[in-house]
Design a binder for this molecule. Sequence first.
Ligand SMILES: *[C@@H]1O[C@H](CO)[C@@H](O)[C@H](O)[C@H]1NC(C)=O
Ligand SMILES: *[C@@H]1O[C@H](CO)[C@@H](O)[C@H](O)[C@H]1NC(C)=O
Length: 929
Amino acid sequence: MAAALGRWPLWLTLCLGASLAVDRGNFKSCEQSGFCRRQRRIQPGNSPYQALLESLQLGPDVATIQLVNEVTQVPLLLELWGLTGNVTRLRIQELSPLRPRYRVPDVLLGDPPAERLEVTGRDEGTLELSLGPGGHRLLVTERPFRLDLLRQRELLCSVNARGLLVFEHQRRRRDSDPPKDPPGEEGAAQEGPEDGAGSTQSDKPAEPPAEPEEEPGAWEETFKTHTDSKPYGPTSVGLDFSLPGFEHVYGIPEHAESLRLRPTEGGDPYRLYNLDVFQYEVFTPMALYGSVPLLLAHRPRLSLGIFWLNAAETWVDIGSNTAGKTLFGKLLDYMQGGGETPQTEVRWMSESGVIDVFLLLGPQPADVTAQYGRLTGTQALPPLFSLGYHQSRWNYQDEADVEAVERGFEEHELPLDVLWLDIEHADGKRYFTWDPAKFPNPRGMLERLAARKRRMVSIVDPHIKVDGGYRVHTELRARDLYVKTKDGNDYEGWCWPGSSAYPDFTNPEMREWWANMFAFDQYEGSTEALYTWNDMNEPSVFSGPEVTMHKDARHFGGWEHRELHNIYGLYVHKATAEGLIRRSGGRLRPFVLSRAFFAGSQRYGAVWTGDNTADWEHLRISIPMCLSFGLAGLAFCGADVGGFFQNPGPELQVRWYQAGAFQPFFRAHAHLDTARREPWLLSPEHLALVRAALRRRYALLPTWYTAFYHCHRQGIPVMRPLWMEFPDDPHTFAMDDQYLLDRVLLVHPVTEPGARGVNVYLPGEGEVWYNDETHEQHRAPQTLYVPVTLSTIPVFQRGGTVIPRQDRPRRSTEAMKGDPFTLYVALSPQGTAQGDLYVDDGISFDYATKNAFLHRHFHFANGTLTSSSADPRGSMSSPAWLERVVILGVGRPESALLTTHGERGLGGFGVLGWVFGILGWVLRGVLGF
Ligand SMILES: *[C@@H]1O[C@H](CO)[C@@H](O)[C@H](O)[C@H]1NC(C)=O
Ligand SMILES: *[C@@H]1O[C@H](CO)[C@@H](O)[C@H](O)[C@H]1NC(C)=O
């Protein structure tokens, strides 16, 4: 929950305005952020950088070239790699830094394998490198320095073409002594800045170059009442990328923004700086809770990605040469033949660190997401229960309240998997404890829930109450595991428990300690049915600058908070997920929800869009937000159903359930000050609609789980923009009011009040789509007007696909175990269809460690449905069986046959009867597992 409540001191109550709007004054604009202001003032076309081509050194897989700034004479080192799978990496660092710069650890899965580089051409002022078998070549231009990346003869991307490479080399302050560093620490995961090995690449210490006069703010910056001491002065980096032919770029979550990013000229750049933003607004480039510095670009026949691996505050400018041009203007350009090719310019600016960039060269959208997945990991396969419905509120008061809410779900026949407890459950916001009056018997409560095949999530936040009687605090203080101030004291700030300290999760020893706290004998009252939620891990510091930690705070190894701010939340998430794995002896999959995130967070669990508001715009924006998360690897995304702040009316609440039922993470949540809104508090008519939405979610769980399996294995998002599946159809490129679930269902939630109908775009030349409820068939491409009532969720199954469902309503996912499957076979115009089903125990790692899973492939052609193994490694005995096959798109057939290829025989089946008149027939049989 966000940082605001009336009972907190002045700096908090400041944000409690009467209107529901973010207080922009609490957060920096580019102009107020020194390095952003400095970089944005640089005019294009004057790059002082020169590539010293004669310095080229070609190793087996890396090429290095020195760059020099002709004004300051400070040398940089450029390293280039052609990585396997169509990825080019470039890194730029200072050749002889005064102090090591932070290179983000723990995000890449390992050293990505590289191809052999070769010099394939050289002339006056240019060098050509070939980058392995993908046919990619890199032209390095000497003066000014520039890179052009080509595939055969096609230019994909240029680097520093606008001359905006910035590398603020480290320098000594002219009018004072060099800053004193706190003592170095032992055992840094990478060489820390205080290891005394400042210069790694050169024997000679750097000559402090003569500096031109420095602008105010270079060595100290003040924002509102906070002064940032900036002991190392200006250290920012920046670089520009030109993308010829591209008009559509996406990604760089988290922003409350349309899926397609907008040009930033005339406004602020998009900001990446993990912040607890109270009552955020939609359609702004302002920073939010998480950051993934991955941008995607798409045009017909080509998708690219730019992954900027830097964890410091970052701003991204997007320019377009067609922005502001009307359609008519573009047409005129075209007719006169003088139209420039559209081009997008992307400029990254970070406050510190090095330039480390991965160019993901596609060519297809799914190749880009797979390339990113190979670098940073794919979405962890969630335990099946976590794909069910979650009921949360700040706060369920006590054990009796929990029991009453759970009973409400039972009595109203609403499926539910997980009940959530927010901060009030703990004893005075001391996490890992329970309020003794309200939750005297947590174990009993958890056992009652487990007996009904349900689970609980409790919140564990990373701010620790400073209290000599609280074990977590006393141990962390004794072990010296807190983040430090610039002066070396424990960093303290104000948060929910009052005065709080912040564990240094960048320290592996801290993460180890934290993970062990989830052991059943450490976290008292916990059982296997209790899972975890990490909130406020940006970190949120109510009394800090921009509601977060001071940038000059110190971390393990002597690094400044400024250098790693955006990765702090990932470390909290990681340590918690590891704790849940460890408590089960490595057997069970964790479930952890995190608000803050960074590149790689997908390996640790789910994320959500933070503290949204109960209004229609926030419902609408949840779709592009989760689509952006998915493109950046974070497939397990959701938005608080109903909206966190304020009270939704019944129509909005119903529409939100209907939309949420088709988003990956499905949780209702609400602020402490809102009215209770459990579904049965609605009218019976509205309650029935919520029940229908929940049941629709549960019926499709086999499809969701199979989609998550695809995502886990291939790095392809579960919730996909249309252009991922229809990459050559420009109609889809800016669409974000509808999307695909995997490749099989097209969803267009109703997000307008009083809607009578929605326009749904059905893509795919020569394809057909089937209304998921009426089974009516529609030709594509077309924009279809779909009349709606309050009960309608417009969903279409793609012709040519098979989806598995489990249609028997149950109280939870666990209660569905062993239920039979129904296959919905939607025929293509050619009369064929294919699809798959993934099944495992839903909870353990046995699918990975023991191949205990089944992955079946279905193919329908010529009146025969064939089931075969999609992955021969998988074997598992399963009670699963096939109840029905529903075939969409045929008249009454003469006959139907179900056959199985594979290890086991097929039981008998018989045609049970007609389900949908002209639409199909039903088969009965076993799946042939
Ligand atoms: C690499 O790019 C080529 C096209 O140049 C494409 O055919 C191939 O599938 C791509 N490989 C991967 C792993 O993305
Ligand atoms: C279906 O039947 C047609 C003709 O009877 C044949 O040409 C085609 O190969 C068959 N398709 C499959 C997938 O068996």
